[in-house]
Unconditional design. Structure first.
Lengths: 114, 118
């Protein structure tokens, strides 16, 4: 089955340090990968996507993600974390079912300490 | 331009009652998706609708759950005879189109309805 996995339930990082939130995928064919962020009591906000093209994708709020086909990974990164980045991050893939059905990972909680 | 609206934001029901969750898509969006987020889990796809049509309901439980997106008005997710296991956050998303995977159109999410079944 096509899916994404987020191996870390929580990531802790100090403000100003680089952060990485991991995601690996298992899909047949070309993957269409996404990152969303969820703030408390809010809906999901789109951060970035990989469809085709450059392996390094830049998104909102200074986030970027690197698509690595050999490692089947799509890790989310930011060079310098902010306390306000603390939230729940979801990796997702679109299934090739003929329409845009998102399949989400279980989420990773990012805590950025001052 | 208002975003995706969902109401109510919080809904409490007793076992056996009905729950109606409403979703108003963004202006100009005719595609609606419903997802369910159980505690400590990711979002799970439930159903995809276009105006007056259910396109895919493969993620929806076969019994007690139904969804509609009428020509006029919001999309409705209806849960009959709720049970404690239905307690979850239900998110609606909308997009301008949804059929061509190569022309991905971002799904915009609403704030969700948190259903608690007592």
């Amino acid at each position: 089955a096509q899916s994404v996995a987020q191996p870390e339930d929580q990531v802790n990082v100090a403000e100003g340090n680089p952060l990485t939130v991991k995601c690996t995928y298992s899909v047949s064919g070309n993957p269409y990968l996404f990152w969303y962020v969820q703030y408390p009591n809010r809906g999901l906000q789109f951060l970035l996507k990989y469809i085709t093209g450059d392996n390094l994708v830049k998104g909102s709020y200074g986030f970027e993600a690197e698509f690595n086909k050999s490692q089947t990974s799509f890790h989310l990164k930011k060079p310098s974390a902010l306390v306000s980045d603390s939230a729940l991050y979801f990796c997702a893939v679109i299934l090739n079912t003929g329409f845009q059905k998102l399949v989400f990972g279980t989420g990773t909680r990012l805590l950025v300490s001052p | 331009n208002a975003g995706v609206m969902q109401n109510p934001r919080h809904l409490v029901r007793r076992r056996g009652q009905e729950a109606r969750l409403r979703c108003s898509p963004m202006k100009g969006h005719s595609h609606v998706y419903w997802y369910r987020q159980l505690p400590e889990e990711g979002l799970k796809f439930m159903v995809y609708l276009q105006k007056e049509n259910i396109i895919d309901e493969s993620g929806m439980p076969k019994e007690r759950f139904s969804a509609e997106f009428p020509k006029e008005g919001p999309s409705i997710l209806r849960i009959q005879q709720v049970v404690r296991g239905d307690s979850a956050a239900y998110f609606c998303a909308s997009s301008t189109s949804g059929m061509d995977i190569h022309l991905y159109n971002e799904q915009f999410f609403g704030p969700g309805t948190r259903l608690t079944v007592l």
